[in-house]
Design a protein around this ligand. Structure first.
Ligand code: UGA
Length: 497
């Protein structure tokens, strides 16, 4: 099939490369000449595992080409995917880019071709899309074409995998009187062998939105539950494992920590709240999801404050900057907010991320932030370490050596990505989210609770108790509930249930 993809960002470039991988003849179009030059030279504008290999395979097989003028690139296409940006840079939507892309391509598209919008857009815009396209065709004296949507469910960091092996494919029908658009999309996705759901375009837009809102809700739920685990001295890892074997619940997106970032989840939660208000609707659930998400960053900073013994004059090492591993994307990355707050409160913040592009961008975006090109450089002399992004290399750091290189061996694990037992054995005080009772203890500004754990009679490290912790226990006892402290550093095998 001859396919053209308009917009070569995170969504469009992956779409173009994967369609070429499936044997289609693809032209990728972007208005950014520099981006096109980079792609021609085999350099990827974004870090996405597997993408470079697919692009270079597609280019050398002659199935993937890049071009700037959209009008020419769509004239011979049987299907045109539109994947242009829709964010206004201020947390809102903008439709100017897609409107201008459509006005350039719609009049030029062949009469037997199909338009497929893959960008994420407000449902209201999607509702109007068929009329907009039909008016453009009429004005150009061209016959109507099918107007379809095909929302993407790909995650950054595993977008190639998610495209080639999706859980499902959703096809939205804007205008498709003879079913030509739906049958073309079915043909394209046939090889995925997964359910293909054909529905109205507005239903498809709400499906996309609903999926992201639900994922965001799960994360905020996990963060709320982690708070309870901290208060009661339970381990969220075990709790989630126990819950997830219930097929009604599932185990995904229940990792607590500093909360969700990226260009999708935060934006879509905020926009849903705003747009619902404009429609006269109230959205207390989504508002709570957002509030909890922002609170997590504060909680992380509070825990770092306690771990460092106060922020004024302290040196804080941040491990990771990107909003998740395996991407160089810093959009809505919690790290940026966290670094700003720490610096505002008097700390020297030294950050390391494996992605050079993310380091450069973060240094430009956060005044006063020091970025270094090796983790160890950030860690030397630190009063507290904050793990922000769970890059696998952080789990492999020589933690015993790190404990000697820092000023205070205290680590706040914002992603529950490290092994508490190993860190405690290396001499660290470890604080995660919902993983050990001490995290919830001291209120911000209280006396630090970072005394290294002492081994008990059996040689297992046990946590140091603290004021709030004790009061929680007292409250529980008053209700006739008596629970032993969950020792940190003792891992229970929860697999194989
Ligand atoms: C998200 C959705 O997962 C995709 O299905 C969707 O296609 C995409 O948005 C989009 O709308 O384009 P993405 O933003 O790339 O994908 O990344 P996620 O894997 O969803 O992670 C989002 C954030 O949630 C990250 O900051 C991550 O660290 C955080 N997260 C994720 C948690 O805090 N806890 C979890 O359990 C899972």
């Amino acid at each position: 099939m001859r396919a053209t993809v308009i917009g070569l960002g995170y969504v469009g470039l992956v779409t173009a490369a994967c369609l070429a991988e499936w044997g289609h003849d693809v032209i990728g179009v972007d208005g950014d000449e520099h981006r096109l030059d980079e792609l021609e030279a085999g350099r990827m504008p974004i870090h996405e595992p597997g993408l470079e290999d697919l692009v270079s395979a597609g280019v050398s097989a002659g199935r993937l080409r890049f071009s700037a003028p959209a009008a020419q690139a769509v004239a011979a296409a049987q299907v045109v995917f539109v994947a242009v940006g829709t964010h206004d840079g201020n947390g809102g939507w903008q439709t100017a880019t897609i409107r201008s892309a459509l006005s350039a391509i719609v009049p030029e598209m062949a009469d037997d071709s199909t338009l497929v919008v893959r960008s994420t857009l407000p449902p209201d815009f999607i509702r109007q899309l068929p009329w907009l396209v039909s008016a453009m065709r009429q004005e150009a004296g061209r016959r109507p074409i099918p107007v379809m949507t095909n929302p993407e469910f790909t995650r950054e960091g595993s977008a190639v995998h998610d495209f080639l092996q999706p859980d499902r494919v959703v096809i939205g029908v804007g205008e498709d009187p003879h079913g030509r658009g739906a049958s073309m999309l079915r043909k394209i996705y046939r090889r995925t062998n997964v359910p293909v759901l054909v529905m109205g375009a507005t239903d498809a837009a709400l499906t996309k939105l609903g999926a992201n809102l639900f994922l965001a809700t799960k994360i905020s739920f996990a963060n709320e539950l982690a708070q309870l685990c901290d208060a009661y001295g339970a381990d969220i890892t075990h709790v989630v494992a126990g819950m997830s074997h219930d097929t009604r619940i599932g185990g995904g997106f229940l990792r607590p920590g500093i909360g969700f970032g990226g260009s999708c989840l935060p934006h879509q939660v905020t926009m849903t709240i705003r747009e619902s208000a404009a429609l006269g609707l109230t959205t207390p659930l989504f508002e709570a999801v957002e509030t909890i998400n922002h609170r997590q960053r504060e909680v992380f900073v509070d825990r770092l404050t306690i771990a460092a013994g106060g922020l004024e004059g302290a040196r804080i090492a941040l491990l990771g900057l990107t909003f998740k591993p395996d991407t160089d994307d810093l959009r809505e990355a919690p790290a940026l907010d966290i670094a700003r707050t720490l610096i505002d409160r008097g700390a020297t913040v030294v950050a390391y991320d494996p992605m050079p592009a993310a380091r450069t961008k973060a240094a430009a975006e956060v005044p006063g932030l020091i970025v270094v090109d090796r983790a160890m450089k950030a860690l030397v002399g630190a009063d507290a370490i904050g793990l922000v992004t769970e890059w696998p290399e952080f789990a492999r750091l020589p933690w015993a050596a790190v404990a000697k290189a820092v000023r205070r061996p205290a680590i706040v694990d914002g992603r529950n990505a490290l092994q508490p037992a190993m860190l405690v054995a290396a001499g660290f005080t470890y604080v995660g989210f919902g993983r050990d009772g001490r995290a919830a203890v001291a209120e911000p500004g209280a006396v630090p609770t970072t005394t290294p754990a002492q081994p008990d009679a059996a040689g297992s490290p046990v946590p140091t108790r603290s004021r709030r912790r004790t009061s929680i226990e007292a409250a529980l006892s008053a209700h006739g509930i008596d629970r032993p402290l969950t020792p940190i550093g003792v891992e229970t095998n929860v697999s194989g249930a």
